[in-house]
Design a binder for this molecule. Structure first.
Ligand code: BGC
Length: 699
């Protein structure tokens, strides 16, 4: 390969928004100067560009086509935060597999997913794209999504190459402001932010994307510690790293590089192999080489990593996509069924006083109210692939399709999500008054979550809370369904409205899934993968915090809390109700004492004490109460979803061992320290039963 051809493999360029390649791409590909594109899609278009690579370029190296297929390509699944609420990684694996199949059929071979950033700050809009605040749950979903996208062999015709992003600590952006700085100890990086990436690497993920943020003063796109020491030397990752969108050039704005030339050297030398959109590598590679600021070995290594993945992907054997297959590959009936099933399992019942829910399908009349009751865009969320609004089942449609022929369903929007007009309130109030029950759909628009969608308030935007209050004031039984992509501060609703369903942004089948739950065909079983604060001022707020020297005490002013809001969250991590009731009891340990490298089994009895079949997600937490470094008050170390018939009882077992009990100590070694360990098992992070055991030094 000539130097230019090598650098060409390191370049990724953006197509047009509609999926077309740009005219210059043809020429660049012909000359071997473009290794990959993003956003170019559609079998015909990718084939057209690929044909140039395969027949007109000197080396015939196929182009790698990437796209953000985050939670579905055309069949849109719930946003990843919602899927994580299922606490069932196998569902995420299945949805990723459908997304891969659809994407592959439109010529795509690479998705910029899974997004595995831990997010402890709901102001950050991209919390919607990940699995929430916990590294253990996050790792489980990272693994599952990689498996779903890639399968065991991503050269298969229904798989795509995955990309774990954004490496790393992007979710810790200061103040929840997207693209912002992070400053974190290495311990926190290793214990909180790294684990989902490690899980993705262990699951065979082919690529990683470097993030926009700086970490402890060094931008992630030029960070040799994360990109080379951890990723390559420690984890033995042999795929390639792509930068984020122009993040190489942005090293200049960071004040880390004086110009593009320095930016290129910094990123490539640190271990970013492919440059997305900016063109610093190509523009300055040759002169950097001449000046010895970049070595041939470094360039060769980056090229080798990219080609290795292109080979593994089978791109050389199967560079083209079957254009005839495309139309039949999207929105298959089984994909739509799966989207509905997963959405139903992703929704979280937050409140259900006096069993207001489920509703009777024969109820006389229902007022369906709110700006999100019949909105086709919001349920698709951010990064909705090539999902189409015309394929969205709205809540209104889902409800109409569910109730009996006699039930009267009336609808009023009431207000918009964003603007300040209350002109529609009266109509909504009138309809509520005429009906037996009012269902109010409020939340966020898709554009209010995702990238560059940080919010300083977690309240319902616009006049939506007032709409809920006005409907509630009619005295009709009022049920609130939230359509949103991040935790919201909904204290008034929680204190006043008898039933609340968190439907998240549930994808194409959202409306059907909501109706399945509201009318009892599906028993809700989702659990929050993220803490809901009472007030935005409590943020960052997460369950696995450190105890501090003055843990909060109600009667003691001089403890760690606020004057104006209780210190506890509105809803804790892991929380979610069911239409049935579960009892968790009788914890047993297989041993009272193990050695630091030992294992033990923890088991509890779970009973369905209600009258409906249902699923409980049993959660296991540990605490290392005394250690050479302060440790969290709780850490999730196991979870299991169990389906129980009414009256059924089952013993659920968890294994705890070295990989669960240790931490990164001051010497940056992973250690299990002898001493007492507490084990907590329960239905959420705040409602647990506790037992303990002893870890003894290895003899
Ligand atoms: C986002 C990435 C995404 C990329 C390509 C960036 O702005 O941060 O998550 O993969 O664009 O669309």
């Amino acid at each position: 390969m000539t130097l230019e051809e090598k650098l060409g493999q390191l370049q990724q360029l953006d197509g047009e928004a509609n999926g077309n390649f740009r005219p210059e791409h043809l020429e660049l590909v012909r000359k071997g100067l473009l290794g990959s594109t993003l956003n170019v899609r559609g079998a015909q278009r990718t084939n057209q560009l690929q044909r140039v690579a395969m027949t007109e370029s000197r080396l015939k190296i196929p182009v790698l086509f990437g796209f953000d297929v985050i939670h579905g390509y055309r069949t849109i699944f719930p946003i990843p935060l919602a899927e994580a609420s299922s606490w069932d990684p196998s569902l995420a694996e299945r949805s990723a597999a459908v997304a891969a199949q659809e994407a592959n059929n439109v010529g795509l071979r690479w998705t910029f997913a899974p997004m595995v950033d831990i997010a402890r700050d709901p102001r950050w809009g991209r919390i919607t794209e990940g699995a929430g605040e916990d590294p253990y749950l996050g790792a489980a979903f990272a693994r599952a999504r990689v498996r779903g996208f890639q399968g065991t062999d991503y050269s298969a015709a229904d798989k795509v190459l995955a990309c774990a992003k954004h490496w790393v600590a992007y979710g810790a952006a200061e103040g929840g402001r997207d693209y912002n700085t992070t400053d974190l100890s290495e311990n926190t990086l290793r214990e909180i932010y790294f684990p989902p990436f490690k899980a993705a690497v262990d699951a065979g993920v082919g690529t990683l994307m470097s993030s926009f943020n700086a970490i402890n003063g060094v931008p992630a796109t030029a960070n040799a510690f994360t990109l080379t020491k951890v990723l390559r030397d420690e984890w033995k990752f042999d795929g390639f790293v792509v930068s984020d969108y122009t993040s190489v050039k942005e090293l200049i704005n960071h004040g880390f590089a004086a110009n593009e030339e320095e930016a290129a050297a910094a990123a490539l030398n640190a271990g970013v192999d492919m440059e997305m959109v900016s063109r610093s590598y190509n523009a300055f590679g040759p002169q950097l080489l001449k000046q010895n600021k970049l070595s041939t070995a470094t360039i060769n290594e980056a090229v080798r990593r990219i080609l290795r993945i292109k080979f593994r992907l089978g791109l050389f054997e199967r560079p083209y996509t079957d254009e005839a297959a495309e139309p039949n590959s999207l929105l298959r009936p089984e994909s739509i069924r799966l989207a509905r099933e997963i959405a139903g399992r992703s929704m979280v019942l937050l409140k259900n006083e006096r069993d207001v829910l489920p509703l009777d399908k024969n109820v006389g009349s229902i007022a369906v109210i709110g700006p999100l009751a019949d909105d086709r865009r919001a349920p698709l969320g951010w990064w909705a692939g090539d999902g189409k609004e015309e394929n969205t089942v709205t809540p209104l449609a889902g409800i109409k399709g569910k109730v009996s022929a006699q039930t009267k369903v009336v609808y009023a929007k009431g207000c918009d999500v964003k603007d300040e007009s209350t002109a529609g309130f009266q109509e909504a109030i009138n309809l509520a008054k005429q009906s037996d029950v009012a269902l109010v759909f409020v939340g966020e628009l898709a554009e209010m979550v995702g990238e560059a969608a940080s919010r300083s308030s977690l309240d319902l935007p616009g006049r939506q809370l007032e709409l809920v209050q006005a409907i509630h004031a009619t005295g009709k039984p009022t049920i609130v369904v939230l359509v949103n992509g991040r935790p919201l501060t909904i204290g008034w609703i929680v204190n006043n409205v008898p039933a609340i369903l968190e439907s998240w942004m549930g994808g194409s089948q959202s409306g059907n899934a909501i109706a399945d739950i509201l009318f009892g065909d599906v028993n809700p079983s989702g659990k929050l993968p993220v803490t809901f604060p009472r007030a935005v001022g409590q943020v960052p707020m997460y369950y696995n915090y450190m105890n501090t020297g003055r843990p909060p005490e109600a009667e003691n002013r001089y403890t760690s809390k606020y004057l104006d809001v209780p210190w506890s969250p509105l809803f804790p991590f892991g929380y979610g109700l069911s239409y049935t009731r579960f009892k968790i009891s009788n914890p047993q340990l297989s041993a009272q004492r193990i050695e630091t490298n030992g294992k033990l089994t923890v088991s509890v009895e779970v009973e369905n004490a209600g009258r409906r079949v249902g699923d409980e997600v049993v959660q296991l937490y540990i605490r290392d109460p005394v250690a050479t470094m302060t440790r969290p008050v709780k850490e999730l170390k196991g979870f299991q979803r169990v389906t129980l018939q009414p009256g059924e009882k089952r013993r659920v077992e968890f294994v705890l061992g070295h990989e669960h009990l240790g931490f990164w100590n001051r010497e940056m070694r992973y250690v299990v320290e002898p001493g007492e360990f507490r084990v907590m098992v329960g239905s959420n992070s705040a409602d647990v039963i506790e037992t303990k055991f002893e870890v003894a030094a290895k003899q």
